[in-house]
Design a protein around this ligand. Structure first.
Ligand code: FAD
Length: 621
């Protein structure tokens, strides 16, 4: 066969991880190939048509700040936008968008097809070419060989994928797509630790067969939120309504009848499922005292009648699915368009990765997405971007990059995965981050855009918009710091009805902003008619209101950073550290933490053990 063009980076798989990976590598100037089963399914949402939500939107905004595609595509495809936790503190506020599946895929495909340095080829990757523990290329299903310096693997739920509906099962990558069997077998020959996980999806319902009378409506927010820092509401398509219904005692009885034919309860499925996104049978089994569960009815798009009933993911037999659905208010005559199912698939122990996402044993091979034991589009996309960027950095002979835990949720996720591994599908929550107040979705651009620019991920347009905003925030902060209000002045009188205690001296606007009872809107315009973008005002306000907490977190971070910079060589001999228990020695040998800070986050590792390691590391020089 004719020799193919040689690439610097090949990405296998065009899901959420793969698309961000190939875009990142190409943006950084590497000749890149995206190899995926089917061009029509690039950017496909395998399960719920929604992007963002608590913890997840933080990842989306970080991807966006680094020039990624997910937030942009969401703004073009979102048919309902909401800010979750709007009344809570800024650390846990989260944007969630219901997306039109077709528009989302179209947006991703357009971005991919217009990316410089990126070629797309539709074929299954069947084999990896590995020489002397280094990957040098990929062989496709029809035997085409592509050679490359690096390969990023993002095969999602497809490796050894097995679909379950009741006690029936068959091989598949997700419903309607073939599994990746050849590649899965090949990967099992390599020195990688493989295990099985599972996930599931609900039956889809035809809206024409649903009785919406009496169902609770749920509309999006006004004013309409946007996902991308460059997005604007004019990009959003038509906005539509979702509904809420509930399961009931009858639904639960029907589902219990199906337990004996459930692949989960009969041991047919061995893989562990996502604890935080359980199937309806799992919920009924685990929370037996509850006689109702909420179901969000989410349209799949503007040009389809298909509905996604969020909350009833199931792998029960189809007859049980039908009866259970019909017992639910509004679904009495519902027609199921696609049955619910569970899927089991191969994943690889993420502890075998470096922080660059490169495999420790096979040089040049990077892993991202569901195959690292995560679940969710956002988690996959974030890993993809990082893996693609690091593959590009390796090609360019540069040092790898991974954000620290205090810099980004991406850093938290990678650190959790690589130092702790996972036994169940890992999803992001704000509670996983110890520096939540620093890692807000509103400041992901402040945290990451400059880094992204230096890496070559951020284009001129984004850089200009970001730089302008940064400048405006600095100017407004300074103005508020140096603008004063006297007690008893006309401005102070205007504020009086809102104040918990009257002003007794002169205050700067910034000091006033620190008071919980006052907002930027109350005081921003007290002296002079200043026009400030809402995003700029938000940054000034959050920085003022939370300055005390933020300073304290900053001090903690500085303290920890010293350990972050203390590298542990890969060949470090833990056995030689006297005073370290056998258990901890074993743990450290398995985890091979790259820095002292990462060692300190391993479960069970005590401050005393860290001190011992520090002494030995210093001795080693
Ligand atoms: P995927 O999106 O799966 O993309 C993998 C891509 O790789 C596909 O394009 C595929 O065609 C391609 N590919 C695979 N093998 C090859 C090969 N050998 N050669 C070429 N191309 C290949 N997430 C949630 O957050 N909540 C849920 O409730 C949820 N439920 C789910 C239910 C189901 C049934 C499924 C399938 C997934 C579910 N997910 C859920 C997970 C979510 O879909 C994934 O986390 C996300 O899509 C992972 O992205 P990825 O890029 O890693 O993989």
């Amino acid at each position: 066969m004719q020799a193919q063009k040689r690439y610097q980076v090949i990405v296998i798989g065009g899901g959420h991880a793969g698309t961000e990976a190939c875009l990142a590598a190409a943006r950084m100037g590497c000749s890149t190939l995206l190899l995926s089963h089917n061009i029509e399914t690039l950017g496909q949402m395998s399960c719920n048509p929604a992007i963002g939500g608590i913890g997840k939107s933080h990842l989306v905004k970080e991807i966006d700040a680094l020039g990624g595609a997910m937030a942009k595509a969401t703004d073009l495809a979102g048919i309902q936008f909401r800010i979750l936790n709007a009344r809570k503190g800024p650390a846990v506020r989260a944007t969630r968008a219901q997306a039109d599946r077709v528009l989302y895929k179209a947006a991703i495909r357009e971005i991919l097809e217009n990316q410089e340095n990126l070629d797309i080829f539709q074929q299954a990757a069947e084999d990896l070419i590995v020489e002397n523990d280094k990957v040098i290329g990929v062989i496709t299903q029809m035997g085409v060989r592509f050679y490359a310096d690096t390969v990023v693997l993002t095969a999602g739920t497809f490796l050894g994928g097995k679909i379950h509906i009741g006690l029936e099962n068959y091989s598949g990558g997700r419903a309607g797509d073939p599994p990746s069997i050849g590649l899965a077998n090949r990967l099992r020959e390599l020195p990688l630790t493989v295990d099985r996980l599972k996930t599931g999806t609900p039956p889809r319902i035809d809206a024409r067969s649903v009785n919406f009378d009496g169902l609770e409506e749920q509309w999006g927010d006004t004013p309409l939120p946007v996902m991308s820092y460059l997005g604007n509401v004019d990009q959003h398509p038509e906005q539509i309504c979702c509904w809420i219904t509930h399961t009931n005692a009858q639904t639960h009885d029907i589902i219990r009848e199906g337990f004996e034919r459930s692949p989960m309860f009969t041991g047919v499925i061995e893989g562990v499922g996502p604890r935080y996104c359980p199937s309806i049978e799992d919920k009924i089994n685990r929370f037996a005292d509850k006689d109702s569960h909420q179901i969000f009815i989410e349209p799949e798009g503007l040009t389809t009648h298909e509905l996604y009933p969020n909350g009833i993911s199931t792998s029960l037999p189809f007859d049980i699915q039908q009866r259970a659905v019909h017992s639910i208010k509004g679904f009495e005559n519902a027609h199921i368009m696609r049955p619910g199912y569970a899927i089991e698939y191969d994943f690889f122990d993420p502890r075998e990765l470096k922080y660059s996402m490169e495999n420790r044993y096979i040089q040049g091979l990077y892993f991202a997405g569901q195959i690292n034991g995560t679940t969710g589009y956002e988690e996959a996309a974030a890993q993809g971007l990082l893996a693609g960027a690091n593959a590009a950095l390796a090609v360019q002979g540069k040092e790898p990059w991974c954000p620290r835990r205090d810099e980004a949720y991406i850093g938290v996720m990678i650190d959790d995965l690589i130092s702790l591994g996972t036994k169940e599908p890992y999803r992001m929550f704000t509670s996983r981050a110890e520096y939540r107040l620093m890692l807000r979705e509103d400041n992901a651009d402040v945290r990451l855009t400059e880094i992204g620019r230096n890496l070559g991920l951020v284009d001129d347009e984004r850089w200009q918009v970001f730089s302008d905003k940064r400048e405006q925030v600095a100017v407004e902060h300074q103005r508020m710091k140096s603008t004063w209000i006297q007690a008893g002045s006309a401005e102070a009188k205007l504020l009086e009805p809102k104040l918990s205690a009257p002003l007794t001296r002169e205050y700067s606007l910034l000091d006033l902003l620190k008071r919980p009872e006052l907002t930027y809107q109350d005081i921003g315009c007290l002296k002079g008619n200043v026009e400030v973008e809402p995003q700029v005002a938000e940054q000034v306000e959050i920085a003022a209101k939370y300055s005390g907490y933020i300073e304290r977190q900053q001090q903690d971070i500085e303290r920890l950073r010293q350990h972050e910079n203390t590298l542990i060589p890969e060949d470090f001999d833990y056995d030689s550290v006297q005073g370290l228990s056998n258990e901890l020695t074993q743990k450290l040998k398995e985890a091979k933490p790259q820095t002292l800070a990462r060692a300190s986050r391993l479960p069970g590792i005590t401050p005393a053990a860290i001190s011992l390691l520090l002494i030995y590391l210093k001795k080693r020089g």
